[in-house]
Design a protein around this ligand. Structure first.
Ligand code: GLU
Ligand code: ZN
Length: 280
């Protein structure tokens, strides 16, 4: 490196929970992972509440997430919740639509199933029905990305995971993903990509269950001229049977553990040391 080269940007990571259910141990590990990467680099650790799923998001839980992070000994800067950023999602969708990259889709789940769609990375891969025959303007519609057209525009793209190494962005497991939902102002993919850029996130950390979603995010970054972060996907905590921890399988809510007087710092230390055993 020469004296004139730019210093690398300061590291910024974030924990971005969707408060659709109580915070559990898997969230704790995700938050600690992001926090520790930022702290080790002298960078910033952000909290962003991802609350645009009107049907599932529970505002009453948001403060619990904060209290649990405090209890685990983490410090963060909180950035605005997704529900305050709807205008930026709409602007990006308008921009993509004006370039002919989105199309309206009125299909129901049943119609997609009946069209013989095959299973992809996140459910059925959309068979393209509405791309070929214009959707009824009177019906509620989602907006889908025309993946073929998008890929022609951006060409070959590489994204980098700190653990897994470089990968070529590949949408074949997704097809034409929804960017604007029928029932929400943006899909997870559009919102998270815009927000990570707006918040200056330099290392996107999250569970390995969302690894392949980064293919989509990389394409959206290229389409929208956004900076490209590094990614670092982490292993998921497993229960004693080797299944992903989730509240619905009986993983105790962290707030119950906090309120019962358990030592949050000790739990955080245990997760750092031996995370796969901590769920027991
Ligand atoms: N909000 C998402 C979730 O709780 C995670 C977002 C992300 O880290 O990309 O599952
Ligand atoms: Zn459709």
């Amino acid at each position: 490196m020469t004296a004139s080269s730019e210093p690398p940007p300061p590291v910024v990571t974030r924990f971005a929970p969707s408060p659709n259910g109580p915070m559990h141990l898997g969230h704790a590990w995700s938050a600690i992972f992001a926090h520790d990467i930022a702290r080790a680099a002298g960078g910033r650790f952000l909290l962003r509440i991802e609350d645009i799923d009107g049907a599932r998001s529970r505002p009453d839980l948001i403060d619990d997430y904060r209290r649990n992070l405090e209890w685990l000994g983490l410090e963060w800067d909180e950035v605005p919740a997704q529900s305050t950023r709807l205008a930026s999602y709409a602007a990006a969708a308008d921009e993509l639509a004006s370039r002919g990259l989105l199309y309206r889709c009125t299909c129901t789940r049943k119609e997609i199933e009946d069209a013989g769609a095959r299973e992809g990375e996140e459910g059925l891969i959309y068979p393209g029905t509405c791309k070929h025959g214009p959707a009824d303007p009177a019906l509620p519609a989602a907006l889908r990305l025309d993946a073929d057209k998008a890929l022609r525009e951006v060409g070959e793209l590489i994204w980098n995971d700190a653990a897994a190494g470089p990968a070529a962005a590949d949408l074949s497991g997704f097809g034409d993903v929804v960017l604007v939902r029928k029932d929400a102002p943006a899909s997870y993919h559009l919102a998270v990509t815009l927000d990570d850029a707006a918040d200056g996130v330099t290392i996107v950390t999250r569970g390995a269950d969302l690894f392949t979603a980064s293919h989509i995010h990389r394409v959206l970054q290229a389409l929208l001229g956004l900076p490209v972060p590094l990614w670092h996907h982490h292993d998921l905590l497993l229960d004693p049977e080797g299944r992903k921890l989730a509240k619905r399988r009986g993983s105790p809510a962290l707030s119950d553990r906090r309120e019962s007087g358990e030592d949050g710092l000790a739990l955080a230390a245990q997760l750092r040391l031996h995370k796969t055993k901590a769920g027991t």
